[in-house]
Design a protein around this ligand. Structure first.
Ligand SMILES: Cc1ncc(COP(=O)(O)O)c(C=O)c1O
Length: 418
């Protein structure tokens, strides 16, 4: 059956395929640690009680009809207050609209900004920009980042590609690296975007920035989240933001997200989301509106989830440093934000006990699953080069007291390599 060009070329995320494969092995009784997926085990990371109870109450109160295309006013007001109180980010309720998680905003922003053939600039590794760019038939401009820039793109890397680009997709804290922009690094990028837009002729499409900050409340230690509009107010005209409850409230299955940005763009994105029907469920909107307005409850939740995630990330980081001291070719970037640790397995060329040579990062990755019984996601699955020795470790399904066992299994598997 011949289908549309989009249907013929669209691919399922390899990360979802990998996670499903590992879960199938677990279902067959294998004891595996699945550190692949950016999701949470609700037994370890439940949504806040107050959020759950408020949603259940909303269902009991019969909040089951259409929620309206912009989202309920009560929730948009609560989101505006949440952004202001916890992030120092000033957007009015009318600038905010609500959808079913972060994805509809990303998809609708691509559809509203990018025409077929337009350049879309994004760093790799990064999450799903390759898929969205292909969906809108944009031209992918990949900027491969390294540990030297904290795996974040820099103004210097972006500058040569600006002419003719309609979208620059950025994410901080970033999936898959768990790293963030420094204030200076982001300020340089903002200057570049403003300069480029000032140089464009009247009637020409602007260069827009899709700024995905869905992990922003999850920063640890000295790390801070920086917001383009707070760095340079002129960015308000050129930036659309993605946010929601999926990560910082571990509500991946709750499906409530919000987007905010310039009103003309937001209005068009709203129309696209409305045609898709990708609204957030009404009872969830009512419940989350009540919950977010309870600043003390939100503060206590954020403190708790930050403590749990950073505790597990730190434990893994220390474990990798110990493996490195033990002489194994591994490394890790110190935890900064989100729910991810960037780890390195520099094992290409090593021989397994049965004499197989691990001649690619994919083989190293498979060895870790089969021998150590631990699943990570190679950065190549996020668009980095096939030879990248870096991997994403996600802690959403792992309790801190399981870390020693994971590290022991890794140690034992690595020790068998010649
Ligand atoms: C960077 C980033 N943005 C957006 C999303 C989408 O979140 P949602 O599940 O709310 O659609 C994810 C999910 O993994 C993500 O990692």
């Amino acid at each position: 059956m011949k289908l549309s060009q989009l249907a013929e070329t669209i691919q399922t995320s390899p990360i979802i395929t990998l996670a499903a494969e590992i879960n199938a092995l677990k279902a067959r009784g294998e004891k595996l640690f699945n550190l692949t997926i950016g999701d949470f085990d609700p037994k370890i990371f439940p949504i806040p009680d107050g959020m759950r109870d408020a949603i259940l109450t909303a269902y009991r109160n019969g909040e089951t009809n259409y929620p309206g295309a912009v989202g309920l006013p009560h929730l948009r007001t609560a989101v505006s207050g949440f952004l202001k109180h916890f992030g120092g980010i000033d957007y009015a309720p009318d600038d905010i609209f609500i959808g079913s998680g972060g994805r509809p905003f990303i998809c609708s922003a691509y559809l509203a900004i990018v025409d077929p053939g337009d350049k879309v600039i994004f760093p790799v590794p990064s999450w799903n920009n390759d898929h969205y760019t292909r969906m809108v038939r944009g031209e992918e401009i990949l900027l491969e980042t390294t540990v030297d820039t904290n795996f974040m793109p820099t103004a210097e890397m972006i500058e040569p590609h600006l002419k003719g680009a309609s979208l620059l997709a950025l994410c901080s804290p970033q999936n898959p690296t768990g790293t963030v922009f420094s204030r200076e690094g982001l300020a340089e990028i903002c200057d570049l975007v403003i300069r480029e837009n000032r140089s464009r002729k009247a009637g020409e499409k602007p260069l827009m920035v899709l700024f995905d900050q869905i992990y922003w409340p999850l920063t640890f230690g000295e790390t801070r989240h920086h917001h383009p509009v707070n760095i340079n107010p002129e960015m308000r005209e050129y930036c659309v933001f993605i946010d929601g409850v999926s990560k910082s409230f571990s509500g991946t299955g709750v499906r409530v997200g919000w987007g905010f940005g310039p009103s003309k763009l937001i209005a068009k994105m709203r129309s696209i989301v409305a045609h898709l029907g990708a609204w957030a469920p009404r009872a969830e909107q009512v419940g989350i509106g009540h919950y977010l307005a309870d600043t003390a409850a939100v503060e206590s939740h954020l403190e708790s989830i930050r403590g749990k995630i950073s505790g597990t990330l730190e434990a893994f980081y220390r474990g990798f440093q110990q493996l490195k001291r033990d002489g194994f070719a591994v490394d890790a970037v110190h935890p900064q934000a989100a729910m991810y640790l960037t780890v390195k397995f520099d094992m290409v060329g090593k021989k397994t006990a049965s004499g197989d040579v691990l001649d690619s990062t994919e083989k190293v990755h498979r060895y870790l699953i089969n021998e150590a019984k631990v699943g990570f996601v190679p950065f190549s699955y996020f668009g980095a080069s096939e030879t990248s020795p870096w991997y994403r470790l996600s802690v959403g399904t792992c309790a801190q007291d399981e870390v020693p066992m994971v590290m022991q299994q890794l140690h034992d598997a690595l020790a068998k390599l010649g």
